[in-house]
Design a protein around this ligand. Structure first.
Ligand SMILES: [Cu+2]
Length: 442
């Protein structure tokens, strides 16, 4: 409980939901006594950003302390090595954003770090040079830490429909927040936080005006609240710690109950240490179905797309390309895609092979549809679009901030496809389609 005391102070100035969780890193109590502490500074100076020093040599049992000395938010993300001699260690450890000067976190060089060369980056500042390297050589005297005991979740897609029970006329749902290890790329597990062990969390679906009750259980070792984004709820159901409720402490539960209004594509997400908890995967979609959808909103079926960035990388529906499930369509079909951005950056999503019609913004129907091929989705926004393909083929649909859709260079020095690249397969029965089966393992 010690670690929470410090955060209580900031709660009452209403800042905890934007703060950094000191518990988000695997340090303090487990730090070996005999290791050295090596400091890496995060520096920004106008347009120039860097880690200082740009290279460190460490051994097992050492502690690396990343210190924020700049004014822009920085993080630490280990990436796969370009050099074949290095191990693939992107999942060894990733840190949340540090937003203000003086903040820091520490990482223990333990058994998760095999000997070898590592590259780490600040994800938003790769292009301005914020890339550094670390060599782990030889076992030091520190005891290191046991491998993670968090549940490892592989081969699972997020956004599954959440089952409910009825209590009279109330639809009752249950969400459980947990720390897990989540697969964003094949064989690549990252530290994450999830509702019901999936990212994004499950879909809560209700009819306009229906009474809903959501029991939120906090199985994490840090406080939590859940916010119902875009819904009209009583103030004490809004999920903001220190403002509308007390945080849900570890092991505790909170019951939210309200009428599901207004109709449209809506969201839910963590509001406690939100930059870390939401960025780590605590979010999902809350769909409130219209009782009488207008003609422009009607479609044969729907697909869901939640954009994310931060500690989990650049992801669509919790996965990086090529693990993102393709949207399969038949020529002539109309598909309503509900799109949301729960990351912290803009993502201009560009569709190859034609256009789509934007029919709603933040769940509210537009007076007239907007025809586009690139939809900029800002953090917190939702859009409903209608896909009605014009051309058959296998089309990509990707973020046009190209650093969000590009991985490390391969052995030939070429850029690789990664991150926020979706695929729309349009079948007219004639046009040859790319075989995506070797990309997704389903
Ligand atoms: Cu992007």
């Amino acid at each position: 409980m010690r670690t929470f005391t410090k955060r209580w102070g900031s709660l009452f100035v209403g800042m905890a939901f934007l703060g950094i969780s000191a518990a988000a890193c695997n340090v303090a109590e487990s730090a070996p006594a005999e290791g050295r502490t090596i400091v890496v500074k995060m520096i920004d100076d106008g347009a120039e950003t860097r880690f200082e020093p740009a290279h460190i040599d460490v051994r097992k049992g050492d502690i690396v302390r990343f210190e924020q000395h700049g004014v822009m938010p920085h993080n630490v993300q280990f990436v796969a090595n370009e050099a074949p001699r290095g191990a693939e260690l992107g999942d060894a450890w990733n840190g949340p954003y540090l937003s203000s000067k003086g903040e820091s976190y520490e990482v223990v060089i333990d058994d998760r770090f095999a000997d070898g060369d590592y590259t780490y980056v600040c994800t938003p500042h790769i292009a301005t040079g914020m890339v550094a390297t670390m060599t782990v050589a030889g076992a030091g005297e520190g005891p290191g830490r046991a491998a993670s005991d968090k549940p490892e979740v592989r081969d699972v897609q997020g956004l599954q429909e959440l089952a409910y029970t009825m209590d009279g006329n109330v639809k009752v749902f249950e969400l459980t927040a947990e720390k897990i290890r989540w697969e964003t790329k094949e064989g690549h597990l990252v530290d994450a936080m999830a509702y019901n062990r999936m990212i994004p969390g499950p879909v809560i679906r209700a009819q306009e005006g229906e009474r809903v009750r959501i029991v939120v259980n906090n199985e994490m070792d840090e406080p939590h609240t859940t916010h119902w984004h875009g819904l009209f709820v009583p103030n004490n159901m809004d999920g903001v710690p220190g403002i509308s409720q007390d945080p849900i402490m570890p092991g505790e539960s909170f019951v939210y109950e309200f009428d599901a209004n207004p109709a449209g594509t809506r969201l839910y997400h963590s509001h406690f240490n939100a930059m870390t908890q939401e960025g780590s995967g605590l979010y999902g979609m809350f769909i409130i179905e219209e009782r009488n959808p207008s003609r422009q909103m009607r479609a044969d079926r729907e697909e869901l797309m939640i954009l994310g960035d931060g500690p989990l990388g650049f992801i669509i529906n919790g996965k990086e390309f090529p693990l993102i499930e393709p949207i399969q369509m038949k020529m002539g079909e109309r598909v309503r895609v509900r799109i949301a951005n729960l990351g912290a950056m803009y993502h201009p999503m560009h569709l190859h092979g034609g256009f789509f019609d934007v029919v709603a913004k933040d769940g509210f129907e537009l007076a007239a549809p907007r025809r586009e091929n690139t939809l900029s989705v800002a953090p917190g926004e939702t859009y409903d679009i209608i896909l009605h393909p014009q051309f058959a083929g296998t089309w990509i649909w990707h973020c046009h901030v190209l650093s969000h859709a590009t991985g490390p260079r391969d052995a030939d020095g070429n850029e690789t496809a990664a991150g926020m690249i979706g695929v729309v397969v349009v079948d007219d029965g004639e046009t040859p389609l790319a075989d995506m089966s070797n990309h997704t393992h389903h």
